[in-house]
Design a protein around this ligand. Structure first.
Ligand SMILES: [Zn+2]
Length: 424
């Protein structure tokens, strides 16, 4: 298979492993140390040997384990199908024996083997034994690594989806291990994935953003499918209390999808989306992801959103899934690369002496998302406030006349326009 190519390099390491064994160091022992190094608790404390964990030898062992896991996944898949067939035969007999209890619901089938099954690949973002590599750790905040939280979310999502019919779930990783984006996409292809959902948590440079967002391919049906699932998941996340920053695209300098996992999946013909649930470094978002229960809830929300989009039903296998109404974009869906326009404010003193600010901003390519303001010429800013749906917002400010007012208006691509500092 095409994806096996990536193991080519591995073979050249065999002599190295052999010589290691000859040196009296048991690979199994090293592997045990390696796997122990993966046991880091929520506080982010690392208990394993860093240098060993990052060595080429351990990388080698890890790659073998990966290959083994893929083999096992394929074998499990074959076994599952056999078991299913057996179960179905049993069910059919039972139905014959006890016709009274047989439920006849339109769309439901007894022949599960012929029922359509979506193959959903869950991709918990990041992972791996490294303690410095940002790609492995993901966002780091409050002594917590993103890689652990994404895994918990994915496990909960898998668990929740297992209650639905017409779906098979695969995971690019179920432990704390390193995988390149290419490997994740190749895994999705190897298991015949119809869609890959990459699960992440966010953080921002100024620790001020909050909200959920989804990134999808800018192209054709990859966009349509990703955006459809993404909107459905975002609806679930906003019901849970997050603000939605929407479904977005991002293009690299060469005009391809910017995010590797989306690009790699697309190159293998698999639609993919990145779900950024919320910001680890923002208090209100963090409160929705800081316990195992809340991470579980996120996974359940993701599952519900995905199931709703595809028309999956809990505890029922349908003979056919509903047709999806997807609009394939004729040209790439480009991200917004310009900040809000027509940004200005006016202030009016009310009867009670307080000031009412009207802040204006227009965004034709995307939408205005937040605003903030400074009373001291830009040294300190307020928390980001939600914009709403109109072309302006109104809010009161208590002013003494000493202030240097600055207002900033952001779109949902985090681009902002700032008013010139002015005395109040
Ligand atoms: Zn991430």
């Amino acid at each position: 298979m095409r994806h096996r190519r990536r193991y080519g390099r591995r073979r050249s390491f065999r002599p190295l492993i052999l010589s290691l064994a000859i040196c009296g160091i048991s690979i199994a022992a090293v592997a045990a140390v390696w796997s122990k190094s993966g046991t880091i608790d929520r506080s982010g404390k690392f208990t394993g040997p860093v240098i060993l964990a990052q060595s080429e030898i351990l990388r080698e062992i890890y790659e073998q384990a990966l290959e083994e896991q893929e083999r096992k996944a394929a074998a499990d898949l074959a076994e599952d199908r056999e078991t299913e067939e057996e179960e179905n035969t049993g069910q059919a007999q039972e139905t014959q024996r006890e016709p009274d209890t047989a439920i006849s619901i339109a769309g439901e089938v007894t022949d599960e083997a012929s029922a359509p099954k979506l193959r959903i690949v869950l991709d918990p973002g990041h992972g791996g034994p490294g303690v410095k590599d940002e790609q492995e750790l993901g966002a780091i905040y409050r002594d917590t690594y993103e890689k652990y939280l994404t895994l918990e979310i994915a496990q909960a999502m898998r668990e929740e989806l297992s209650g639905y019919g017409n779906v098979e779930v695969f995971m690019t990783r179920d432990t704390d291990k390193a995988l390149t984006l290419k490997e994740r996409a190749a895994y999705a292809e190897a298991v015949g994935g119809d869609l890959l959902v990459s699960l992440h948590l966010n953080a921002s440079a100024e620790h001020n953003f909050y909200g959920s967002e989804v990134f999808v391919s800018a192209f054709e049906h990859f966009h349509a499918r990703g955006a459809g699932v993404g909107e459905s998941i975002l609806k679930q996340l906003t019901d849970y209390g997050f603000v939605s920053k929407g479904v977005k695209t991002r293009l690299g300098s060469k005009g391809a999808d910017y995010y590797g996992i989306i690009r790699e999946c697309k190159s293998l013909g698999i639609p993919a989306l990145i779900v950024e649930h919320g910001y680890m470094d923002e208090d209100s978002d963090w409160a929705r992801m800081n316990t195992s229960e809340s991470l579980k809830a996120l996974g359940q929300r993701d599952a519900a959103g995905l199931a709703a989009y595809f028309g999956l039903e809990k505890g029922r296998t349908l003979s056919a899934l509903p047709e999806l109404e997807e609009t394939i974009p004729a040209s790439p869906v480009r991200p917004d690369t310009t900040p809000p326009e027509e940004v200005w404010y006016k202030k009016e003193q009310r009867g009670d002496g307080k000031w009412m600010i009207t802040l204006h901003g227009v965004e034709r390519e995307s939408r205005v998302m937040y605003y903030d303001y400074s009373l001291d010429g830009g040294a300190v800013y307020s928390k980001l406030q939600l914009w709403g749906t109109g072309e302006s917002v109104q809010f009161p400010l208590e002013l003494t006349g000493e202030e240097q007012l600055v207002f900033r208006v952001y779109n949902n691509y985090e681009l902002r326009t700032e008013t010139p500092a002015a005395g109040s």
